[in-house]
Design a protein around this ligand. Structure first.
Ligand code: NAD
Length: 359
C-alpha cells in the first residue's frame, strides 16, 4: 500500500498508523496541514472493506479539514482519524482507550472530535487517555439550555442555512414551504437537518442503510422512505448527501434531477471533474466543506476556550455569505463552485500571516 505516491496524498505533514493487538485497534491519523494551527478533525469508525479504503478516506478527509477550517476563518489546521471496524459491533472501551493513547502519541499536533461512527461517550473514553479531544464539553445553546459536546446540531444548522442559500441562489426563493428535498443518510446530522426542513414546511424523501433511522423520519416527520439506489433519480429540488463521500460520480450524476446539492457529507465529489459535470448540467453544488463547517466552528470555539453561543451561532450563519460569494464568483469566473472554494481556502492556509488579519 503506497502512501507518498498515493493518488490522494497531498503533501500531508504526517500519516500515523496505530495498532493495539489487545483491543484489536487498527487506526490511521493523518495530519494534512498545520499552517493555521493544530490539526483538528473528527475520528471516524467504519467497517472499511480494506486498509487501502481506510487510507484513502483519511487522506481525503484530513485534506478537507484544512480547507474547511481555512474557509471558515478558524485558526486551525486539518487532520482526521479513522478506526477500521464496525461501530455497532467492534467498539469497546478498551479499543477507545487504545485510540486515546494513539492520539496522545501525536503530542497535540492532532486533536480529535466526533465523526461518523463515534459519539460523545466514545470521545469521553478516549479523553481518559489524552487531553487532545474536542466536542465533549456541555455547551450552552443560543436559547440558554445546555447540550452535550456533540457538534452535529451545529453542523445540521449550518447545512440547513447553506441549503437555503443554494435554494435562494439557484431557485430564487427564500421560503422552503413545499420544497422537495431528498436526504441520503439520516444519522446525527441528516436527521437534525430533516427536522429543520420539516419545520420549514419542506417535503422529505429519505434513505439510510439502517431501517430504524428511516422509520424515525417517516413516523416523526412524515418523510417518504426510498431504497438506497432510488434516492439519486428522484424528481426533487434539492439532493442532500448526509452519509458517505464519493457519491457524486459518473453513475449518480447522470440520474440527478435536483437543481441544488446541499448536504453534510465530506468529499462528496468522487473526483474534481465531477464538480465540472454538475456545473455543465446546471446543478448548483454547495461545496461540502463550505456548507458543513458548523461542527468545526462549534468545536473550534470550544477548543480555543472562548465558547460564546451567540458568537458561535453568528459564525455558523456566516456560511450563508461564504456560499453566496462562492456561487456568484463561480458564475462570474465560469468555474465550478468547488474550484472557487478551493481557491479561497488555499489562499488562506498557504499564506497564514495574511489570513490572521481576517481570523
Ligand atoms: P452518522 O453516522 O450519524 O450518519 C450517517 C448515516 O448515513 C448513518 O445513519 C448511516 O447508516 C447512513 N449511511 C451510510 N451509508 C449509506 C448509504 N450508502 N446510503 C444511505 N445511508 C447511508 O454520521 P453523521 O455525523 O450524521 O455525519 C454524516 C456525514 O456528514 C458524514 O460524511 C460526516 O463525515 C459528515 N459530517 C459530519 C459532521 C458532524 O458534526 N457530525 C460534521 C461535518 C461533516
Amino acid at each position: 500500500m503506497n502512501v507518498f505516491s498515493h493518488p490522494d496524498f497531498d503533501g500531508h505533514e504526517r500519516v500515523l498508523f496505530g495498532h493495539d493487538p489487545e483491543s484489536g485497534l487498527k487506526a490511521i491519523i493523518a495530519i494534512h496541514n498545520s499552517n493555521l494551527g493544530p490539526a483538528l478533525g473528527g475520528c471516524r469508525m467504519w467497517p472499511y472493506p480494506s486498509e487501502a479504503e481506510a487510507l484513502k478516506d483519511v487522506l481525503r478527509l484530513s485534506r478537507g479539514m484544512t480547507y474547511k477550517s481555512a474557509l471558515a476563518n478558524l485558526p486551525l489546521g486539518g487532520g482526521k482519524a479513522v478506526i477500521i471496524g464496525d461501530p455497532r459491533r467492534d467498539k469497546t472501551p478498551e479499543l477507545l482507550h487504545a485510540m486515546g493513547r494513539f492520539i496522545e502519541s501525536a503530542n497535540g499536533n492532532y486533536i480529535t472530535a466526533e465523526d461518523s461512527g463515534t459519539s460523545v461517550p466514545d470521545l469521553k473514553l478516549m479523553a481518559e487517555e489524552t487531553s487532545y479531544v474536542a466536542g465533549i464539553m456541555e455547551k450552552p445553546c443560543a436559547d440558554g439550555h445546555l447540550r452535550s459536546g456533540d457538534p452535529s446540531p451545529s453542523t445540521a444548522y449550518g447545512v440547513y442555512r447553506g441549503l437555503m442559500s443554494g435554494v435562494e441562489y439557484r431557485l430564487g426563493r427564500t421560503d422552503l414551504a413545499g420544497l422537495k428535498v431528498a436526504i441520503q443518510g439520516v444519522g446525527n446530522v441528516g436527521f437534525r437537518l430533516a427536522k429543520h426542513l420539516h419545520q420549514a414546511g419542506a417535503e422529505l424523501w429519505v434513505t439510510d442503510i439502517y431501517r430504524d433511522m428511516v422509520q424515525r423520519c417517516v413516523n416523526e416527520l412524515g418523510a417518504t422512505a426510498v431504497a438506497s439506489d432510488e434516492i439519486y433519480g428522484l424528481d426533487v429540488d434539492v439532493f442532500s448527501p448526509c452519509a458517505m463521500g464519493g457519491i457524486l460520480n459518473d453513475e449518480t450524476i447522470s440520474q440527478l434531477k435536483a437543481k441544488v446539492i446541499a448536504g453534510a457529507a465530506n468529499n462528496q465529489l468522487e473526483s474534481p471533474h465531477h464538480g465540472a459535470q454538475l456545473r455543465d448540467k446546471g446543478i448548483l453544488y454547495a461545496p461540502d466543506y463550505a456548507i458543513n463547517s458548523g461542527g468545526i466552528i462549534d468545536v473550534g470555539y470550544e477548543r480555543m476556550g472562548n465558547f460564546d453561543p451567540k458568537a458561535v451561532n453568528e459564525h455558523i450563519e456566516s456560511i450563508h455569505n461564504t456560499l453566496m460569494e462562492i456561487f456568484s464568483r463561480a458564475d462570474h469566473e465560469q468555474q465550478p463552485t468547488h474550484a472557487i472554494a478551493d481557491q479561497v481556502a488555499r489562499e488562506r492556509f498557504a499564506h497564514p500571516d495574511g489570513n490572521l488579519q481576517n481570523a
